[in-house]
Design a protein around this ligand. Structure first.
Ligand code: ADA
Length: 558
């Protein structure tokens, strides 16, 4: 399953999920001793590769009739080099953003696809570092093979616009040309209804076309009524022959801040959420769609309305389900806990900028995504770090004006970046890392935020929580027992939920996740897992999950 809805009726699109050959590559470049494995999947799920860190080669033979083929990789961890019939066609860094490559001039028949995936930690990788979640290796998200004519719709972005009490949407399609042919025509459809036809002229490779459509009796997207519209760009050549199409989904919704409050479709929004890592049992980050959906069940039945994709752009199928099921999303640009030295890595700025442009390109149409987060707990207390925050916010604002921007900070009393954000977000751990009473702590932090550039911005607790090892029931509520975690969650929700200046609370974390071995120490990360999940890594609820269900409900209709 590539996406939760059909994107092409004309373009031939083959899902390459299934069995591929996986061979480890030794330091001297030899690849032997492999296995037949399922894609998408992490190689850590394969017997013999459980702790493998390095390079592996994936191979698969495919059949294509067309001479132009586009390969789309939705996620390869963490660096990929792709070859078709021996020719290098793509290099990509970052496990969490899709990439594609077009190959032209092929002959009809069989072709060999080879992908070298590498999850090595080194100076080359500024964002994938040993961390408090696992950087899995392999082709961890789906792969598609698309067969193209001499031009195709590269993407279709839909921007909802609310003006003078009415809804419009701007449809913008970008066309990639694969030949010298000059003239093409694009039809835009809303559902099955044609709303516009226009001509595009070749101006040297790419060309775009836009049209704004007005809605009568518009149906807004909201968590209570997640209404989705479908828009299609149909591409025709100068003879009027249909050669390509792309369908996207979108929703009409607006999110804004007024003073210290957040508003969704003009109504005040109080965020009740979970931080979630993409990690499940023995499957690692290749979380299957059915688990994504049951995760959404557990999020909604706890009375939460939001999920934070900590700390990287998620599989788009998860966002598709959030769109369909009315869960709000804090999407996140990849980075966690980078100190100043790591932010000064010569690759940091480029790798971050690429992550931003790829995440926005792919996630632009999801109505569920209302917030972009950047640089979780990075060096926001230094001049250099703050400048990196400013640049990332600037890039995001230039690409996407329809969402709110924030960064989860733990640089209490020192953060220099609130002035650049739309929302101030703080990761606080009273009763766990800090002894403080939650209400005392948030009261003090709020005063500081007001005096440090956040006086007219909403304030969120973007993380709070405590650890428990699933099944460990402690008679005296000792640390790591389910009882201790549950007591802390109860107190956090009661006290933080009563603090008027807050616009929301996001619990750390939804489910346990594996951590990189170099990060784990056996005291703080037993089982090489971050155990602050309210569910364990197999989604078995701990006591604290039920406590959170009560706690979120008591915060009520705020
Ligand atoms: C931080 C961080 C999370 C996680 C958490 C914890 O707040 O943002 O990624 O590491 O601490 O469990 O300690």
């Amino acid at each position: 399953m590539l996406r939760a809805f059909e994107q092409h009726k004309i373009r031939k699109c083959t899902d390459l999920c299934g069995i591929w050959r996986l061979d480890p590559i030794s330091e001297n470049g030899v690849s032997t001793g492999g296995k037949e494995v399922f894609v998408p999947g992490c190689w850590e799920s394969v017997r013999g590769f459980e702790n493998y860190r390095g390079k592996c080669k994936y191979t698969k033979t495919v059949t294509a009739e067309s001479e132009n083929v586009r390969l789309v990789f939705y996620g390869v961890g963490h660096t990929a080099d792709v070859f078709v019939d021996g020719a290098h066609i793509a290099h990509h860094y970052n496990a969490y953003t899709p990439f594609d490559a077009v190959v032209t001039g092929l002959t009809a028949g069989e072709h060999l696809i080879e992908v070298i995936a590498d999850n090595t930690f080194s100076e080359n990788s500024a964002l994938h570092i040993p961390n408090d979640y696992r950087s899995y290796g392999g082709i961890t998200r789906p792969v598609a093979l698309e067969e193209l004519k001499n031009a195709y719709v590269h993407h279709l972005h839909i921007t909802p616009i609310f003006e003078d009490g009415a809804w419009k949407a701007e449809l913008a399609a970008e066309i990639d040309l694969l030949s010298d042919e000059c003239e093409f025509y694009v039809d835009f459809l809303l559902g099955n209804r044609s709303v516009f036809s226009g001509k595009v002229i070749n101006d040297g490779g790419k060309c775009s076309i836009t049209h704004t459509v007005s809605f009568e009796n518009a149906c807004e997207w909201s968590p209570e009524n997640p209404h989705l519209y479908y828009a299609t760009a149909v591409l025709k050549n100068s003879d009027g022959e249909i050669i390509d199409d792309l369908t996207e989904r979108f929703g009409l919704r607006r999110v804004e801040t007024r003073g210290r409050k957040i508003f969704l479709n003009g109504k005040e929004l109080y965020i009740k959420g979970f931080n979630r890592h993409e990690d499940y049992g023995t499957l690692g980050s290749a979380v299957p769609p059915e688990i994504m959906n049951t995760d959404i069940d557990m999020i909604k039945s706890a009375g939460a309305n939001t999920v934070r994709c900590s700390h990287y752009p998620n599989d788009q199928r998860f966002l598709d389900f959030c769109d369909e099921r009315g869960v709000l999303v804090w999407d996140e640009i990849h980075a966690r806990g980078l100190g100043l030295q790591r932010m000064q890595n010569p690759n940091f700025k480029k790798q971050s900028a690429d992550c931003i442009s790829e995440a926005v390109l792919n996630h632009y149409n999801h109505p569920s995504v209302i917030i972009w987060g950047i640089l979780n707990e990075c060096s926001s207390d230094t001049e250099y770090g703050a400048e990196c925050y400013r640049l990332q916010y600037e890039q995001l604002r230039s690409l996407d004006k329809s969402r709110l921007l924030t960064a989860a900070s733990n640089k209490f009393y020192k953060d220099l970046t609130f002035k650049y954000a739309d929302i101030v977000s703080l990761n606080i751990y009273p009763r766990w890392f800090l002894k403080d009473d939650p209400l005392d702590l948030i009261t003090k932090l709020n005063e500081w935020v007001i005096s440090s550039g956040g006086e007219d911005k909403p304030l969120l607790v973007s993380e709070c929580g405590a650890s428990a090892v699933y099944g460990y029931r402690g008679f005296c509520g000792d640390k790591y027992s389910e009882e201790r975690q549950s007591d802390i969650i109860r107190e956090l929700l009661e006290k933080l939920g009563s603090f008027e200046a807050l616009s929301g609370i996001i619990i750390w974390q939804f489910a346990d996740c594996r951590v990189d071995e170099d990060f784990a120490d056996w005291v703080a990360r037993p089982k090489t897992e971050n155990n602050k999940g309210l569910l364990d890594i197999y989604r078995r609820p701990k006591l604290a999950y039920y406590t959170a269900c009560d706690g979120f409900k008591k915060i009520g209709g705020r």
